[in-house]
Design a protein around this ligand. Structure first.
Ligand SMILES: Nc1ncnc2c1ncn2[C@@H]1O[C@H](COP(=O)(O)OP(=O)(O)OP(=O)(O)O)[C@@H](O)[C@H]1O
Ligand SMILES: [Mg+2]
Length: 504
């Protein structure tokens, strides 16, 4: 093979400057044919910016790209498609008014290959694409009702049926179940066998070591060293390269909460959507983990507790008194019960507004003066303090939220939850899409909140996360509570016990 053909994609000295932010600074790397190349780095390192440049969302400020040895100007997404570059972006990219087949065949439609006349062919193509990733849906189904995990799988199916030479996957497993993720990793391996080159971005480092041949580390928009072979690294070394220093995982001791009062109690609660009755207790200052696979019914249950979905049977007690919460507003204003959604884009943020306004709208209580005026000074002070304590990476608190990296948007949602000075917090998948370093910071923060007496429910599909911080773990499967376990903080024995109760 001549040198020219060895690499399918070569990025040379890529720099990207957004107003006031140098997102990429002289980044270079090359990808061989049939290789899985992982891009890793902390939140805001510049990974998605690279993906956007390779897929023609926007151009680089400087630098060049070669595809199959030839320099190309990828000025728009259609150009990337023509060059055989398929992409699954970090953010969802489906059209709500299109059905599944139309979404899967979107590029055929937009490039004029199929003007939606041949619906039968589109349906067949969609069926094949979905089969490949194990998605059991009908091509003519609408997409609005699909869960975010299913939408994600649909985009993966779409990218995989494009006959791409290069496939870019930006955090493809952030919101899908373990089974779906397994299927995805299998498909990635199969595509690699077929000679497809893949750029894979994930904060789940186990996945990186499972599938990557080579790894490029990006920190603050710059290459850290040369591209390395995955076999020459281990998890600790990789984390060190990402964060720029030795990294130690904190451990949290077991606590005796037996004398603490019960703050929140659910007795046989059920709803129309979720008819199986479920009960649990949460003590003052306790961290209660809700483990289950994506789709186990944990978010739905939380929505009943916070007054979004009406409870039809059973009772809810806060500090021993029965309550009937009619809206989420009532939950957090009257009962200091706050919920941080897993669906940040849709439920969490005003993306067109800056960071300080996003925080300010929640912190109105604290920033309004007696005369009813907003104290912007106070608002900015509060926001600055969260920017600092959660290490939100942004030029300042006045940048538009939409321009922040995925992980940094997540941190603003957490800041918003903290603003109401809650007594009870339910945090849904707190560290999805969060880098290892910040994940540690968020765990520490949750622990500190609990030490201050705040009771926290952490909904998570990451067993390691719950074993690390929870006092107790409740296990969900198919809308049912299948078990309740004291956390020994020993990962091996806890995962055996949790899996045991899931299978019961
Ligand atoms: N459209 C934009 N306008 C201004 N700044 C931007 C824009 N897109 C990205 N940035 C900035 O560029 C930097 C890199 O962001 P990017 O999204 O590439 O990070 P990332 O490595 O993908 O992080 P994450 O792991 O959180 O997804 C960040 O500082 C981000 O705020
Ligand atoms: Mg990103």
């Amino acid at each position: 093979m001549s040198k020219k053909e060895e690499y399918i994609l070569e990025l040379e000295n890529i720099t990207k400057i957004f107003p006031g932010v140098k997102a990429l600074d002289d980044v270079s790397f090359k990808i061989k044919k049939g290789e899985v190349h992982a891009l890793v780095g902390e939140n805001g390192a510049g990974k998605s910016t690279l993906i956007n440049i390779i897929s023609g969302v926007f151009g680089p400020t400087q630098g060049s790209i070669k595809v199959d040895g030839k320099e190309e100007k990828i000025t728009n997404p259609s150009k990337a498609f023509e060059l055989g570059i398929g992409v699954v972006h970090q953010e969802r990219n489906l059209i709500d008014t299109f059905d599944i087949a139309e979404n899967i065949c979107f590029m055929d439609i937009s490039t004029g290959k199929n003007k939606m006349k041949d619906k039968k062919a589109m349906n067949q193509k969609a069926e094949r694409a979905m089969e490949r990733v194990g998605l059991d849906l009908k091509p003519w189904q609408g997409i609005e009702e699909l869960t975010s995990g299913k939408k994600q799988m649909l985009e993966i199916a779409r990218a995989m049926c494009m006959d791409s030479k290069v496939l870019l996957l930006d955090e493809p497993t952030a919101s899908i179940s373990l089974t779906e993720a397994d299927m995805l990793l299998k498909t990635v391996k199969q595509l690699k066998e077929e000679g497809v080159s893949i750029i894979y971005i994930s904060h789940k480092l186990e996945e990186i070591f499972e599938i990557a041949d080579s790894i490029t580390v990006i920190r603050d928009g710059k290459n850290i060293g040369e591209t390395l072979s995955a076999s020459s690294l281990n998890k600790d070394k990789l984390i060190e390269l990402m964060v720029g220093r030795k990294f130690v995982t904190e451990t949290y001791n077991n606590r005796d909460l037996s004398k603490e009062p019960v703050i929140l109690e659910a007795k046989d609660i059920s709803s129309k959507k979720n008819p199986i009755p479920k009960s649990f207790q949460l003590k003052k200052g306790e961290i209660l983990g809700w483990y289950g696979l994506v789709g186990a019914g944990r978010t739905e249950y939380a929505r009943e507790i916070i007054g979004i979905d009406p409870i039809t049977n059973g009772s809810l007690l806060i500090k021993g008194s029965e309550v009937s919460i009619k809206s989420y507003e009532e939950a957090f204003q009257r009962y200091k019960l706050c919920y941080i959604s897993e669906n940040r884009k849709e439920e969490g943020l005003f993306l067109q507004h800056n960071i300080t306004d996003n925080v300010g709208i929640i912190a109105l209580d604290q920033i309004c003066t007696k005369g009813g005026f907003i104290s912007y000074r106070k608002q900015n002070e509060i926001t600055e303090s969260y920017k600092e304590s959660l290490s939100i990476k942004a030029k300042d608190i006045f940048v538009e939220t939409a321009s922040l990296s995925g992980g940094n948007q997540q941190k603003i949602c957490i800041a918003k939850g903290l603003c109401v000075n809650p007594e009870i917090m339910i945090i849904d998948e707190p560290t999805v899409g969060i880098d290892v370093n910040t994940k540690g910071e968020i765990h520490k923060l949750i622990y500190e909140l609990s030490v201050q007496g705040i009771s926290v429910i952490v909904i998570s599909s990451d067993m390691g996360e719950l074993v690390g911080i929870a006092d107790r773990i409740i296990v969900f499967r198919d809308n049912e509570i299948k078990g309740e376990l004291e956390n020994s903080k020993d990962y091996e024995s806890m995962s055996t016990k949790v899996m045991g109760s899931i299978l019961l």
